[in-house]
Write a protein that binds this ligand. Structure first.
Ligand SMILES: Nc1ncnc2c1ncn2[C@@H]1O[C@H](COP(=O)(O)OP(=O)(O)OP(=O)(O)O)[C@@H](O)[C@H]1O
Length: 238
């Protein structure tokens, strides 16, 4: 299987032979991935496969023992506090907002541009939660707080939007709304998600990890019928 980024593209984000160890545990084992602009790329795999670690590498929270990243063909050494500047935004698993700040203030955290407040309002509108801008996040139902988390990420108008289990805890109707948002996002999306129906419906391609190893990369149709993928999930269920 080839998950090696092609040499002829210098656009977008690329991971080259990333390996991460935590002590004796190999969390990522020679993972390569090319994320072309505008694509929706899913990262799936059983629990503990390395999905969050991969996100943490892209965000600079975890430094790989070997391998490198490039952004538009140039070396990219991610640092968490520079991510917005580099056009990268990430939602967190769960809701992760500051309880003592209003929804609007949460969305404005880390804002840089002069028109940040207008962008924040636009993102809140887009996510259908503008009416709650002055509320404290803790007073809102879980699904609304997940939307606030999305608005926070969208407010910086990222070129790469990283969604970490955005469907977790949501009902069918809310997941349908989320699918539409991702499909209309008009930006590159990296999606870590356990909800297979969502992943299969929105992704252009999917990377499958198992015990840190990339075991498949392909379209949803290819991944659905891949025997190694089925085995990895069956093994995890057994
Ligand atoms: N900071 C850390 N220190 C030690 N081990 C870690 C650390 N972070 C992750 N791990 C281990 O690395 C492996 C990969 O974890 P990771 O969270 O990336 O998996 P995942 O695919 O995101 O899992 P899940 O679907 O359960 O969220 C797991 O075995 C995990 O216990």
């Amino acid at each position: 299987m080839s998950t090696e980024p092609p040499d002829d593209t210098d656009q977008g984000l690329a991971l080259h032979h990333i390996t991460v160890r935590f002590g004796g545990l190999l969390a990522l084992d020679d993972v390569s991935l090319q994320v072309a602009p505008g694509r929706v790329v899913g990262i799936i795999g059983p629990n503990g496969a390395g999905k969050t670690t991969l996100f943490n590498v892209i965000c600079g929270f975890v430094g790989p023992q070997s391998g490198s990243l490039t952004l538009d063909g140039k070396p990219f050494r991610p640092r968490p506090h520079h991510l917005t500047r580099r056009g990268i935004a990430r939602t967190l698993q769960g809701v992760g907002q500051f309880g003592g700040m209003t929804v609007l203030e949460n969305v404005l955290v880390g804002a840089r541009s002069r028109k940040a407040e207008a962008d924040a309002w636009a993102a809140l509108e887009r996510c259908g939660v503008a009416e709650h801008a002055r509320a404290l996040p803790g007073s809102l139902p879980y699904a609304k707080r997940k939307r606030v988390e999305l608005a926070r990420a969208l407010a910086s108008k990222p070129r790469i939007l990283m969604l970490d289990e955005p469907a977790g805890g949501l009902d069918t109707e809310e997941i349908r709304w989320l699918a539409e948002l991702i499909q209309g996002a008009q930006t590159t999306v990296l999606l870590v998600e356990h909800h297979m129906e969502l992943v299969m419906s929105v992704c252009d391609e999917i990377l499958v990890l198992d015990f840190g190893k990339p075991i498949a990369l392909g379209t949803p149709g290819e991944i659905r019928t891949n025997e190694k993928v089925a085995e990895a999930y069956l093994g995890a269920a057994a």
